[in-house]
Ligand binder design. Structure first.
Ligand SMILES: Nc1nc2c(c(=O)[nH]1)N[C@H]1C(S)=C(S)[C@@H](COP(=O)(O)OP(=O)(O)OC[C@H]3O[C@@H](n4cnc5c(=O)[nH]c(N)nc54)[C@H](O)[C@@H]3O)O[C@H]1N2
Ligand SMILES: Nc1nc2c(c(=O)[nH]1)N[C@H]1C(S)=C(S)[C@@H](COP(=O)(O)OP(=O)(O)OC[C@H]3O[C@@H](n4cnc5c(=O)[nH]c(N)nc54)[C@H](O)[C@@H]3O)O[C@H]1N2
Ligand code: SF4
Ligand code: SF4
Ligand code: SF4
Ligand SMILES: [Mo]
Length: 903
């Protein structure tokens, strides 16, 4: 520690602290333009000049480390004069037509010029008019307003990790440009807009900023509604309309957003085609007709109760939406259990990470991500990334992984495709789809053979070692290399990098789970980590990146056929008793059926009535033909939705709900972090809308079905959750909004009002006691290529769209960047069937065919192809195989056999 004095305030600070940091701690504001908190100082703008007693030269506060006895003055006449000169010079290159600038009132240059009394530049020369770059659908760059502070360049290169923009010379004037001067639209830019948010002037802005002025708006802090990274942002609201979205400094996003969060999270809220009132299908015409809430809710309640009376409770089922808040989901499962009288409730985790929920619960005792995002991306030595494409699917995690690699972490990518991160990888194991268990057993073979295991950890904290060791003996590198189509030496190297690293997390995603052997694939991940003792400590763990914004929450809230909220088991009579006492009804004691089994059961006539709250299985479930057949087989089908989805079109009644921006609640991100969702706009003020809160719809329905559910606000619902769920006992809206939590959310388990939450799980003990090293052998995918269907099809997602595009498809800029379906094909296969890049192609499987556009290259290996599932023109789910994992019932989205034909 050193003793210093700033503007007369005496203080002790750590050695190495900069003057700027010390001043901030003392509550003294020093102006900055180029400074970025996260990075080493650039010290180029010189706005932060200060005087130090005895020091003839002024110093830049952002870069000068304090020394013992420093007496610092931050606001002397000399300092002010120097800052005035800096501003004067900057202004000489800045086109000062502030009235025309959309950034008027937010610009730091303007703010400082006013503060320092700089009205015009003394150095005024002739200004050249540079053309404005508007080639990006979201961003606008006006070089005439650029003060060359480099915040944008540094943000893109060092924080986002993209390096899409740089500084170039044009004539004698430096300016900000895309690499090689290409059009922005053709560069590697991913339109995340983090550079624009970093820009202190109106030079680099979001195009949408134009029609509003900051003083006409207010901000609402909330959580992104797309992926489970759980980024925090502020919705900017003007006249009951969201006009912008700005990144906030949240615990998982640290001031960053991806393109979907920043630009795809509000257009859909105000879309013209929102469902605006209840709809009942006219049986004769097949057309939907407007209904009153009373008509619609009475019909729904009476129909479900009729079916229950005639066919029994288990002929009904209800799914909850992982895009919606915890409070909504809690009420859906409560309605299914208390009113339908069945445990037939589920959520889209079934088709996503159910393998993680089941697998990790078996081996560790809890199916959730073990460590926080910041912990597994900061100061780690290696990252084992298996079947996960975070740059596209969890982009803000992807940005943090890029930062980790830039700082020297070794990256091992295990993925059948050349995802972008594989270019940065120390080793890329481009394995054959569906062979994860063989790969993992191969890694374990090497760990044991080469003495890389943590014997103490295995002995003290796990069981099942002998049996597992016996099984993996057979999985020699040579044998595994042949099975997985990888290099044996690379496999050995990968095992050594992972095991020898001090801090090395396993991060995995759907490339592991969406297989008929998905659950065992997941357990293989925990096997690897346990063998190396890399669990229960910082920088390690087994980390499934959960998909949907609140899919962790949907499982936590008990939208599962086997579990009440907080993974309390239906099979446990004490649990049933507890919920019967709390809810005041007899509850079903039989485990329900899984969502993916509901569809075949509907075709067989066992399920007669279905309530879907916000899912679109016609688009997203495997084998579309069988899903449509199942939904058409139902006696009565209700959808609670924002939009007329393909699934909603098949419903008997559609109940219009509200989006995340219209209600209070919470989402639980992939780190088990419960964060607030807050109401930004009220569309019911618009006379066209006759919509209701989703929880009010459910509560009203429950009463109409005969269950006396008192009205509850979202905060009251969370209090009920906390009262019945030990791992949520300390969580409430009040606490989440408190200064104590300070916008950081709470990570469950959070077992009392005093409990701080749990960042890292399984520290001294696994939730199940001892960790189970699960013995398993590799089993090939259910449908393998043959003569008729010789090619493997994998499916997944791309950066710019989110699942069915219900939300992202309503942002024109996203549709401009990527708007149509495609298939990735290897150039050898393309040559054989005579297909060129960009040509139309027919893709068929045993279940159907679609037409799409070929993207030819070497991203996928010969004999393998890949398609996204976002686009209605050629949705791959007409092709995918609904073969299910025997344990968790997940479909095999990642492997089926297809044939390709030139059209
Ligand atoms: N932009 C965007 N982001 C999203 C979503 C979205 O729709 N769009 N959806 C969200 C949801 S719901 C989820 S669940 C997550 C999913 O996130 P991810 O799982 O990361 O995304 P996917 O593209 O489905 O698949 C990941 C990778 O698995 C690889 N893979 C395929 N088969 C295999 C295999 O057999 N073995 C291995 N090792 N890898 C394989 C694929 O090549 C792909 O790169 O993303 C979330 N984020
Ligand atoms: N081929 C292939 N298919 C896949 C996958 C794959 O990798 N390959 N991945 C699978 C995965 S991981 C997943 S998670 C599923 C996702 O599948 P779905 O859950 O079916 O897809 P979403 O688009 O997320 O559907 C959410 C719906 O909820 C509505 N909604 C959102 N918020 C609210 C709300 O607050 N209230 C109400 N009432 N409605 C709301 C939206 O309008 C939208 O229509 O897709 C799966 N399908
Ligand atoms: S939008 Fe994102 S990727 Fe593009 S230049 Fe800006 S920071 Fe870089
Ligand atoms: S565009 Fe903005 S952030 Fe980038 S150098 Fe110019 S003024 Fe600075
Ligand atoms: S990374 Fe995920 S949570 Fe963050 S802004 Fe993007 S879509 Fe939203
Ligand atoms: Mo998902």
């Amino acid at each position: 520690m050193v003793n210093i004095k700033i503007d007369g305030i005496e203080m002790q600070v750590e050695e190495g602290t900069t003057i700027l940091q010390a001043a901030e701690a003392a509550g003294i504001k020093i102006p900055t333009l180029c400074y970025l908190k996260e990075l080493s100082p650039e010290a180029s703008c010189r706005m932060c000049l200060v005087e130090i007693e005895g020091n003839p030269k002024m110093q830049t506060a952002c870069s000068f480390p304090v020394a013992e006895g420093n007496n610092i003055f931050t606001n002397t006449p000399k300092v002010r004069e120097a800052r005035k000169t800096v501003l004067d010079l900057l202004l000489s290159n800045h086109k000062t037509n502030c009235f025309k600038c959309s950034f008027n009132g937010e610009c730091k240059l303007q703010e400082y010029c006013m503060e320092y009394g700089v009205e015009r530049s003394e150095f005024e020369g002739e200004k050249i008019d540079y053309p404005i770059d508007e080639s990006n659908p979201f961003l606008r760059f006006d070089p005439n307003l650029c003060i060359l502070c480099h915040r944008c360049v540094n943000t893109c290169e060092k924080i986002v990790g993209r390096g899409a923009i740089g500084t170039a010379e044009r004539g004698f004037v430096a300016h900000i440009s895309t690499p090689f001067g290409v059009d922005w639209a053709d560069s590697t830019c991913e339109s995340c807009g983090n550079c624009a948010q970093a820009c202190p002037t109106g030079a680099l802005t979001m195009k949408r900023h134009k029609p509003y002025r900051v003083w006409e708006t207010h901000k609402v802090r909330t959580t992104c509604p797309h992926c489970a990274t759980g980024c925090q942002f502020d919705l900017v609201v003007k006249d009951n309309k969201i006009v912008d979205c700005l990144a906030a400094d949240g615990p998982s996003n640290k001031g960053l957003l991806c393109v979907k969060g920043r630009s795809g999270s509000f257009d859909f809220v105000h879309a013209d085609d929102r469902i605006k009132y209840p709809l009942i299908k006219n049986k004769k015409t097949g057309e939907f007709e407007r209904a009153s809430w009373d008509e619609a809710l009475d019909l729904v309640a009476s129909k479900f109760m009729e079916i229950k009376k005639q066919y029994g409770s288990d002929s009904l089922a209800g799914f909850a939406c992982s895009r919606s808040p915890n409070e909504d989901i809690y009420m859906v499962q409560k309605m299914v259990r208390t009113c339908f009288g069945t445990n037939n409730t589920d959520n889209c985790a079934r088709v996503c990470h159910s393998a993680s929920v089941a697998g990790l619960a078996m081996t560790l005792g809890s199916g959730a991500m073990t460590n926080p995002i910041g912990d597994i991306t900061k100061d780690v030595d290696a990252i084992l990334l298996v079947g996960s494409n975070p740059e596209e699917a969890h982009p803000v995690v992807g940005m943090q992984i890029r930062q980790a690699v830039a700082k020297g972490a070794k990256l091992i990518v295990v993925d059948p495709r050349d995802i972008d991160l594989s270019k940065k990888a120390t080793i890329h194991l481009k394995l054959k789809p569906g062979t994860n268990v063989a790969f993992a057993n191969g890694i374990m073979h090497i760990l044991i053979r080469d003495g890389l295991v943590d014997e103490k950890f295995i002995k003290e904290r796990t069981e099942g070692y002998e049996e597992l060791a016996e099984i993996v003996k057979e999985y020699t590198p040579e044998k595994v290399a042949k099975e997985c189509h990888i290099d044996a030496d690379d496999l050995v190297k990968a095992a050594h990098i992972y095991a020898e690293a001090d801090k090395a997390p396993i991060i995995y995603c759907l490339g592991v789970t969406e297989h008929s052997q998905g659950t065992e694939g997941v357990m293989s991940m925990s096997n690897i980590a346990m063998l190396c003792g890399k669990l229960g400590k910082s920088g390690c763990g087994v980390n499934p990146l959960r998909g949907q914004n609140n899919v962790q929450g949907a499982c936590d809230m008990g939208a599962q056929p086997t579990d009440f909220p907080g993974y309390q088991k239906v099979a446990n009579p004490d649990v049933i008793k507890k919920f019967e006492d709390a809810w005041g009804v007899k509850l079903p004691t039989e485990v329900g059926i899984h969502a993916t089994d509901v569809f075949p059961a509907a075709i067989e006539g066992k399920i007669k009535g279905l309530y879907i709250y916000g899912e679109d299985p016609v688009v997203t479930d495997a084998d579309t033909t069988h899903i449509i057949k199942a939904l058409k087989s139902l006696d009565f089908f209700v959808v609670q939705e924002l939009f007329m989805t393909e699934t909603a079109q098949l419903a008997d009644v559609i109940l219009p709900g509200m989006s995340y921006a219209e209600k209070e609640g919470t989402f639980s991100n992939t780190e088990r972090r419960v964060q607030r969702v807050r109401k930004a706009v009220d569309l019911t003020k618009n006379p066209e809308f006759d919509i209701r809160l989703d929880t009010d719809i459910i509560i009203d329905l429950m009463n109409r079905m005969g269950y006396p559910q008192k009205h509850m606000t979202a905060a009251e619902i969370m209090d009920e959750v906390a009262s019945l769920t030990p791992s949520f006992a300390g969580i409430s809206h009040e606490r989440l909004d408190s200064e104590e939590v300070a916008g950081q959310g709470l990570q469950w388990p959070c077992t009392s009002k005093e409990h701080p939450g749990t960042p890292i799980m399984h520290v001294d003990r696994f939730s199940r006691g001892l960790g189970w090293l699960y013995p398993t052998t590799y089993k090939p995918s259910k449908e393998l290529p043959d003569e008729e269907y010789p090619t493997i099809l994998m499916t997944g997602r791309i950066l710019y769209h989110y699942t069915t595009r219900a939300m992202t498809g309503r942002t024109p800029g996203l549709m401009e960047i990527e708007g149509k379906s495609f298939i990735e094909i290897n150039e050898q296969d393309a040559a054989r069937i005579g297909i060129k890049n960009g040509e139309r192609i027919k893709v068929s499987s045993r279940r159907g065919s679609v037409e799409t556009t070929a993207r030819v290259g070497d991203k996928v290996s010969p004999g393998e192809t890949w398609m996204p599932f976002h686009f209605p023109d050629g949705n791959c789910n007409w092709l995918t195989n609904a073969a299910l994992d025997p344990i968790c019932r997940i479909p095999e989205y990642k492997v089926c056999a297809v044939k390709l034909e030139k059209i």
